[in-house]
Design a protein around this ligand. Structure first.
Ligand code: NI
Length: 189
């Protein structure tokens, strides 16, 4: 997920040649068919998965974005990275492996969302205002956590990615087509 007011960095590696080549991964954009895939649960949180999570985080920071699902870099595993810290705050990276929502509030929260896979398009989506989730953390330990506000919005947005759903899929068909058209134009430019 990304917040409005940030400029997309479509060719980050070319602009930052000093970054290690392994770290930055290409972010797929609509209408790439891989984004519609359903991701598979992770069997074990090991060093190989932590390398993936590190790369995802660096790719997300560089974009810049506040959340990224593995499928957005073409890896169909149920893994999400996130950092909701503001620019003037210390970084607070978070990792979610095999996340599940075990409870959602009836109360909803409308929020203007954006997505690194739908650059330069923002629109309002209404989701449950609060959720309870379970996941494995960076060390593979099970965690249960309550989410509200921006955290609730972002984790639901990212978990949609794991099921092949984009935030524009919550909008009307007309708006979705407009968004994809806008991205195609942006990529061509
Ligand atoms: Ni997204």
């Amino acid at each position: 997920m990304r917040v409005s007011g940030t400029t997309p960095n479509l060719d980050a590696r070319a602009q930052r040649p000093y970054l290690r080549a392994m770290a930055l991964r290409e972010i797929l954009v609509v209408p790439h068919p891989v984004l519609k895939q359903v991701s598979k649960p992770v069997a074990v949180v090991d060093d190989a998965l932590r390398v993936l999570m590190d790369d995802m985080l660096e790719t997300m920071y560089e974009a810049p974005g506040i959340g990224l699902a593995a499928i957005q870099i073409g890896v169909a595993q149920r893994v999400i990275v996130m950092d909701l810290a503001r620019e003037d705050e210390p970084k607070t990276p978070r990792y979610f492996v095999n996340p599940e929502i075990v409870w959602a509030s009836d109360e909803t929260l409308p929020y203007e969302e954006g997505c690194l896979s739908v650059p330069e398009y923002y629109d309002e989506v209404e989701r449950p205002a609060r959720v309870k989730l379970t996941y494995l953390n960076y060390q593979g330990e099970p965690v249960e956590e309550d989410a509200e506000g921006m955290f609730a919005v972002c984790i639901q947005h990212e978990m949609d990615h794991l099921d092949g759903v984009l935030f524009i899929d919550h909008l009307s068909r007309l708006k979705r087509e407009q968004a994809i058209k806008k991205v195609k134009k942006l990529v061509r430019a």
